[in-house]
Design a protein around this ligand. Sequence first.
Ligand code: ZN
Ligand code: ZN
Length: 222
Amino acid sequence: MAGFSDDINALNVTSLTVCDSEEDGVWLQVKYEVIESIPATLPYDYLRPENINSLIKLIRDELVDRFARGGVTLRCSEPCPLCGSPCRAAAGHTTDPSEDKQRHDCDHQPSGLFGTYDYNTRQLVSDSCSTNILGNYTFPFTSIRDQRPYSQFGICFPTWKQPPPLTTNANEVGQYIFYHYQNELAQYHKCEPCTNVPSSFNRSLDELEQKQKNVIAGITSE
Ligand SMILES: [Zn+2]
Ligand SMILES: [Zn+2]
């Protein structure tokens, strides 16, 4: 996602409102405009895997272009340097006059999704930046020997907010993926699968969908 966040930050937007406050009709309009941005006459084999990336780029370009014209506000999406979870602040927030609002922030996800593994077992790690603070764990900073406690996250990465030491600060979709795709993740990161994934990560897709609907409806904030 780094390329996407670079595109967004390059827009250098200074006045923003978060997308949660947009009216429902705006989202339908975005959907139609994205669909319209896809060429009407595609070769019959266009949706082959090798073409998917260019299609994703086309859709992202349309979203960024729409954003530049003052449409729906996108999220920043800068990935957390330790777990890779995307920043959920409004795009362009790094230029906000408030120093606190300039800092990136996210719901941190199981760091094994980003390839973090236990040096002894080589198993992917289920803890997030938040729960690593509760466990008094460390991370390699400038080198493998330079181990820093997760409680110093905000000092080591001053452009980011310090993660709260809470189990409730969690990217639940990331947890779902970590629970269900251990073998694929281990193969991708060339590590061993995590053998103690918390069962609490296994939410139903219906529950996750309902939570997203509540956010969109303004019942919950994030
Ligand atoms: Zn993180
Ligand atoms: Zn950010």
